[in-house]
Design a protein around this ligand. Structure first.
Ligand SMILES: [Zn+2]
Length: 99
């Protein structure tokens, strides 16, 4: 019984349900990269006037694969409950889960 207890505690502490995950693909070499976002620490409040309406949080992240030097710039906007409003990426693309 003990290992089960430990595992459930781990899940509880990491609050996996709050983690946003994306898979992106490098436009240059095709490498797929998984990104995990913790809304509590990785998102910033939105102050720009250019942000989409009702956007409360923004994610700005640079991602780099292992195969090449192509840096992908990710910008995503979220509402107050971390629901995604828009997503953008340069030098790469978002991969759908069943792609
Ligand atoms: Zn690459």
């Amino acid at each position: 019984m003990k290992p089960f207890k430990t595992i459930s505690n781990l899940f509880k502490n990491s609050r996996d349900s709050d983690i946003l995950s994306y898979e992106i693909k490098c436009a240059k070499c095709g490498e797929k990269i998984k990104i995990r976002i913790n809304p509590k620490t990785d998102l910033s409040r939105v102050f720009e006037e250019s942000a989409p309406e009702s956007a409360s949080y923004v994610l700005k992240k640079e991602a780099l694969g292992n195969n090449c030097q192509n840096i992908m710039n990710i910008t995503c906007y979220y509402d107050l409950s971390y629901g995604e409003i828009s997503r953008e990426i340069s030098s790469g693309k978002f991969v759908d889960k069943d792609d």
